[in-house]
Design a protein around this ligand. Structure first.
Ligand SMILES: [Zn+2]
Length: 108
């Protein structure tokens, strides 16, 4: 099975607290590995943050990429990028993201 060509999950913020975002998968979209890498570079550049690790609360996976996260929250409505590992990109259930890392808004 070719893991590289699998479609990427788009995630959506379900709820946020002071320390974390609760995020659920909402759809699959064909985003190439190159695009995912580009999203990660954009995240690093605009956040001014660096991480080698997935920002899921307890995750220590270092193989990360830029994942699209939607927010319908009035305070931060829009499309964002989060650095996540493949396991959490494709978790298929709610996951918790550490809010000490910034989500970066994609300008469109
Ligand atoms: Zn992870």
């Amino acid at each position: 099975m070719d893991c590289i060509s699998r479609s990427r999950n788009i995630l959506q913020i379900n709820k946020s607290t002071a320390s974390m975002y609760r995020v659920i998968p909402v759809e699959n979209q064909d985003i190439s590995p190159d695009k995912s890498h580009e999203l990660l570079k954009t995240w690093e550049l605009k956040s001014g943050q660096k991480t080698n690790l997935c920002i899921e609360k307890l995750c220590t996976n270092s193989h990360i990429e830029g994942v699209i996260v939607l927010s319908l929250d009035k305070q931060m409505e829009g499309t964002y990028i989060a650095p996540l590992c493949h396991k959490h990109r494709d978790a298929g259930r709610e996951i918790l993201l550490d809010r000490s890392f910034r989500l970066i808004k994609i300008e469109d």
